[in-house]
Ligand binder design. Sequence first.
Ligand SMILES: [Zn+2]
Ligand SMILES: [Zn+2]
Length: 235
Amino acid sequence: MKKHLQQMADYLLPHTCCFCQKKTHRSFELCPPCESQLPRIKQACTVCGKITPYHFPICVSCLKNPPPFDRTYVLFPYESLAARMITRLKFGYELRYAKILGQLMAHYLIDTWSREPSVEKPECIIPIPLHLKRLKERGFNQSVEIARPIQKRLHIPIELYAGHRMRYTQAQSSLPQAERKKNVAKAFATHKNFRANHVAILDDVMTTGYTVSEFSRALRKKGVQKIDVWCCARA
Ligand SMILES: [Zn+2]
Ligand SMILES: [Zn+2]
């Protein structure tokens, strides 16, 4: 019933596509032709999400040194229109891109899970925390905003009180590769009352994976057994 009402509302009140400005009868602002222009990942490591030219499900570096998380779901390579959406969200403060990215992520997860019915779904979505100072500068946490439509669509709750950033770190993208690991070392703390067995960490962009790894290590110390990473774009 709710679904039919939503379809009717989308038909009567169409949205404007964020790229071509044409009307679209979808519940978010991206038309199917523009969606088909988004970059796609052909092959990636199932563990760390790194894009690889090989047919192996796990990359060499994950085989040698498994990261502290179990599986990564990546929506796009960090390029062209996908990168533009994330930049406009984070630095242009255009929250509609969070809604689009969240809807696309939800579709992608539903699609993947329908092909792999034995996959266990996480108990909660944990958007990667921002330091309070950065949160004040930006006014919102982009990962929380991306998580909202996913929560609505998949009925998996968002957990905002799993942990926080203790240290104000420089943006990873502003640092050379060698300094990134040090920059996020021990950056996170978990909250006293947080308990979960299987979680999904949501991050907008994953580059080296150091930030997600550091947060995963903190969650593991709290007894989390299984960690999935949902990331919109992988560099
Ligand atoms: Zn369009
Ligand atoms: Zn890997």
